[in-house]
Design a protein. Structure first.
Length: 325
């Protein structure tokens, strides 16, 4: 029996400390091969993943010794948490540890879009000095529409507010007396109103059946032709084909995407559009965030293997029953 299997790229001092105490098998490419993963899962007590390993009901069925799945990040969309709970398997995660980095990356994309920094950089490095070609826009006085005012949405809005942006928020989970709204001097509005009034729309919602494809051609049609959209949450929430059409037809002015419907994505027209900035799901990838994330998940895995309760549980299963039917 093995203590811990790590099926994705999770490294750092906390992992080294874990490996000094437990038997750790580190196979960062294993997520690409579900059959090999299932084979390895037959005799492990803990599995550590990022967002690529599909922890399905079937996989949980092939793991009779499994006590805990630990997700090095906030999103749980690659883990069947309900099946884990039924199987008596704990799921732990890092709910807030990368939120600041995600918000900072959103601001970086916002400023890069408004000041056309990637295009100006490419042109200047290619020998150009085209000052007139790269006129941009201030964000001061503009309206930011936040879709999903959870922790990352709030941190993003607070930073944008410091630049002088006005904040609109849509979040079906919030009531008008929510403290975030008061702190941000933000208006809680319906989704259509947010889309029609915002100069920049920023998405901060999880991927689930309610949010899948929630932004499509009808929504882009309600936006201002000068507006931009930023997505650092989950790619599935935007219909990418409709977004390409909206960008090409001038229904909206630009987009910055850190996340895609399929990751890694297959070739798409998005890559050739000049008004699009793409990054490879790196919003949470800073030294500081990853140090906090890996420490949290490694400590929780150690706690569970030692019979203690985790600090960041995502579910509350009973004791492990026999293998799922
Ligand atoms: C998260 O869910 O925490 C971020 O999207 C980063 C990741 O998926 O690893």
């Amino acid at each position: 029996m093995r203590d811990i299997l790590i099926s994705e790229n999770i490294t750092g001092a906390a992992v080294d400390r874990l490996a000094a105490r437990f038997d750790v098998l580190y196979l960062p490419e294993l997520w690409k091969d579900p059959e090999a993963l299932a084979e390895h899962m037959r005799d492990v007590r803990a599995l550590m993943v990022r967002n690529q390993t599909r922890v399905t009901r079937e996989l949980l069925c092939t793991s009779p010794e499994l006590l805990v799945v630990s997700r090095a990040g906030a999103g749980l969309d690659n883990i069947d948490v309900e099946a884990a709970t039924e199987a008596g398997v704990l799921v732990t995660y890092a709910p807030d540890q990368n939120s600041i980095s995600a918000a900072e990356h959103t601001l970086a994309l916002l400023l890069a879009l408004m000041r056309r920094i990637p295009a100006a950089d490419g042109d200047t490095k290619a020998g150009g000095w085209n000052r007139k070609r790269f006129f941009g826009h201030e964000i001061y006085g503009k309206t930011l529409g936040i879709i999903g005012l959870g922790k990352i949405g709030y941190l993003t809005a607070a930073r944008a507010q410091a630049f002088g942006m006005k904040i609109l928020a849509w979040d079906p989970q919030l009531s008008r007396d929510n403290v975030y709204l008061a702190q941000l001097n933000a208006e809680l509005v319906g989704l259509d109103e947010l889309l029609s009034r915002a100069d920049v729309v920023s998405c901060h919602v999880p991927s689930n059946p309610q949010t899948a494809g929630m932004l499509n051609r009808q929504h882009f049609a309600t936006m201002k032709p000068t507006a931009c959209i930023i997505n650092t949450s989950r790619g599935e929430i935007i219909n990418e084909a409709d977004l390409v059409d909206a960008l090409k037809s001038g229904k909206i002015a630009g987009a910055a995407l850190d996340v895609r419907a399929n990751e890694p994505p297959s070739k798409s027209e998005l890559e050739s559009l000049p008004n699009v900035i793409l990054t490879p799901h790196i919003a949470a990838f800073t030294d500081e965030a990853q140090e906090r994330v890996t420490s949290a998940v490694c400590e929780d895995v150690a706690r569970v293997l030692e019979g203690k309760s985790p600090q960041y549980p995502a579910n509350r299963p009973g004791t492990r029953p026999t293998v799922l039917a």
